[in-house]
Design a protein around this ligand. Structure first.
Ligand code: WTA
Length: 658
């Protein structure tokens, strides 16, 4: 079990500032005032099934309505909206075109070198149908897993929707992962096809995606993959294997735009998305059709309080859950104009984000605290050069936001008028779980505030008792919700054990453990304290320490490795690795660079350790468990506090201190 989070907070953050929604925001919001929110909470608590059932009928299109809202007879395996038939691409496209929104912009895309594409709902609908027909021509059908390894181009969203249209679950692999990591994910999911691009632009570099796919597939190492569809983006020279590789621009344009959507059962898989956990291997989180669709749709509508003409921008990559739920499915299901940006701010263009907001008159902006902290560091003179007056609402996601960054965001970017929604959620939850609703919930800098209606979140001790106000504990969810993950791909036991049996049942009911520690203040507001398991959060990216350790140990010089995250002003956490070498190997700078490079090759540059320290031995308990708590303290230059009596060899600590 993880260390009890209550032992981890010694000083409680004192944050007294409260920002109430202004009357103009309340008047124009869908959910007006605290009372309205509380009525919804009460309705969902008293009769969750009619609450979710009515929402599903109202918000989604059904080919056939469901007969049962929730089947929880075999917990933790939930069935939502059983008996119903729907299609997520229909909900994101066809219904809007039928309702006369065909000429509305669905996607505004800006490429890294600065080109812009504007795609209407009708154009997106037609292109998705062509891609869907193209996939069928490649032999892809209902139930076949299709992997995407793409840059941030509109074709990524089109491919996801095309998969949804024909009932082929997608598995998007972030384009920054290495070919090794891609290979593991292709094999775990037994992907039948890969959709990729020749390359992608990242900062001032080109990343060779197709080459990485070729290496992942070489020597028949992914036997399930039969075809590779390649978008031309960078125009780099790439190898082509006849009979396996196809260009998008040759296969897709000639396809018919007639592609009736597959009528999917509510519990048919929509996608698998891999995420890091506390064991070595990433888990394939499975999300299904209707529950996920409803969750992405409803949370987007509630939290961003979207209006008909809003232009909305989320800066994530489609390779992460935030991109799935809040670039593609949530906004498009609501008929909103969603902005996709291929680039990131770079030294040669530090105002890139603000330029985009000014140019496209963006109203809602959703980003990560790490980005805000980086902007803060380079000073307000950069954003001050741009007209950001179109902004109405700001959001953050991915990691806890410190009050200083929150206040800076409000003052400098939001001109003190935009509410901030600090949204807490995870790949596993499908969509946001705890967040302010802009017209209803007063905000406090650094707090994700209150759970959404229907979400029964709590903070408990290891034996399931609700902790007192301002004491730390485990963050749990007490009831199933429509957007919850359904299982770990190929490993239902892991789903049960890691999330639902981690803590004992409370009042006889299984509870979902999120992996995070939290505290609740006297107003019931949630303050997320970060992961309490072996997961670290670097620039909003979730990494398993064990994953990085396995990568290090796979190098021939390394005998053993332990990885910890230590606080970092901008990135949230940085990665420090303690490494003991095989006998006869010399520790030197060259080896440090080799090991860092090795981790990039095994996982991807996002996992590259910031620091590597060599040691003869690692501190372990008598039962052989590495004491990461001690390493974390040592790496951050803190005094080693707490119990060290279980340490097997106390000399190790002295040696490490040196
Ligand atoms: C962290 C990203 C504090 C948390 C959507 C969670 C947050 C993990 C917040 C999930 C927030 C996400 N405040 N911490 N607003 N949002 N987290 O799966 O530790 O990539 O468990 O999903 O990010 O990361 P994931």
């Amino acid at each position: 079990m993880c260390p009890d989070p209550s032992s981890q907070i010694e000083t409680v953050l004192q944050e007294e500032r409260v920002f109430k929604p202004s009357s103009s925001i309340v008047d124009t919001s869908n959910i007006k005032g605290l009372e309205h929110y509380q009525q919804m909470v009460e309705a969902a608590r008293l009769n969750p099934e009619s609450f979710w059932g009515e929402a599903a009928l109202k918000e989604l299109h059904w080919f056939k309505p469901f007969h049962t809202v929730l089947d929880w007879s075999n917990p933790p395996f939930a069935k939502w909206f059983d008996g119903g038939k729907t299609n997520v691409s229909y909900n994101c496209l066809d219904r809007h075109v039928k309702q006369g929104l065909g000429n509305k912009l669905a996607i505004i895309w800006e490429g890294e070198p600065g080109e812009v594409r504007k795609i209407t709902y009708k154009e997106l609908f037609e292109e998705v149908c062509r891609v869907a027909n193209g996939l069928k021509e490649l032999g892809i059908g209902k139930g076949d897993l299709v992997a995407l390894y793409m840059p941030m181009v509109p074709e990524a969203a089109m491919a996801m929707l095309a998969c949804a249209r024909i009932g082929a679950p997608h598995s998007v692999v972030f384009g920054g992962f290495s070919s090794e990591a891609l290979r593991d994910r292709l094999n775990d999911g037994e992907a039948k096809a890969v959709i990729t691009a020749d390359g992608g632009f990242r900062k001032d570099k080109i990343i060779s995606l197709k080459n990485a796919v070729d290496s992942a597939l070489e020597n028949h190492s992914c036997p399930s993959v039969k075809s590779v569809l390649v978008v031309r983006r960078t125009c780099e020279e790439v190898a082509f294997l006849s009979g396996r590789d196809y260009w998008w621009h040759e296969l897709i344009p000639n396809q018919s735009i007639d592609c009736p959507p597959e009528q999917m059962d509510s519990e048919d898989r929509l996608f698998v998305l891999y995420t890091s956990g506390s064991t070595g291997k990433p888990k394939g989180v499975v999300h299904t059709t209707s529950g996920y669709n409803l969750w992405a749709h409803l949370t987007f509508k509630w939290i961003f309080d979207v209006k008909e003409d809003d232009v909305y921008w989320c800066t994530a990559d489609v390779g992460w859950i935030t991109g799935h739920s809040y670039i593609v499915y949530g906004p498009l299901s609501n008929g909103t104009t969603t902005v996709m940006y291929e680039g990131v701010p770079r030294p040669s263009n530090p105002g890139a984000f603000w330029d985009l907001i000014q140019k496209h008159k963006i109203n809602i902006f959703y980003t990560a605290p790490t980005a805000i902290r980086a902007f803060m560091k380079s000073g307000r003179s950069i954003p001050d050069q741009y007209d950001l007056s179109s902004l109405r609402l700001l959001g953050t996601v991915g990691e806890p936001i410190n009050p200083e960054a929150w206040i800076w965001y409000r003052e400098v970017i939001g001109a003190e008028k935009c509410p901030i929604v600090d949204t807490w959620w995870q790949t596993e939850t499908g969509g946001v779980m705890i967040s302010p609703l802009p017209g209803a919930i007063p905000t406090k800098p650094g707090s994700a505030t209150l759970p959404l209606p229907g979400i029964e979140a709590d903070v408990v001790t290891g034996d399931g008792k609700t902790v007192q106000a301002n004491k730390g504990g485990y963050l749990i969810i007490k009831r199933p919700w429509p957007g919850m993950m359904r299982t770990v791909h190929g490993n239902p036991q892991r789903f049960r054990e890691s999330y639902w049996e981690y803590l004992n049942p409370i009042n006889g009911e299984l509870v979902y453990f999120a992996g995070d520690g939290a505290r609740r203040d006297e107003d019931g507001y949630f303050w997320i304290m970060g992961r309490v398991d072996d997961v670290i959060n670097v620039s909003g990216h979730r990494l398993g320490t064990m994953e990085i350790e396995s990568a290090l140990v796979s190098h021939s010089s390394v005998a053993e490795a332990a990885v910890v995250g230590i606080p970092d002003d901008v990135k949230g956490e940085s990665v420090v690795a303690f490494v003991s070498l095989e006998t006869g190997r010399n520790s030197n700078d060259e080896l440090i660079s080799m090991l860092k490079k090795h981790v990039s090759q095994e996982i991807g540059a996002i996992a590259r350790p910031d620091e590597i320290r060599f040691t003869n031995a690692l501190p372990k308990t008598r039962s052989g468990k590495i004491m990461r708590r001690l390493l974390r303290a040592l790496a951050s230059g803190e005094e080693v506090k707490g119990d060290t009596s279980t340490l097997e060899d106390r000399n190790v600590l002295d040696e490490l201190r040196k």
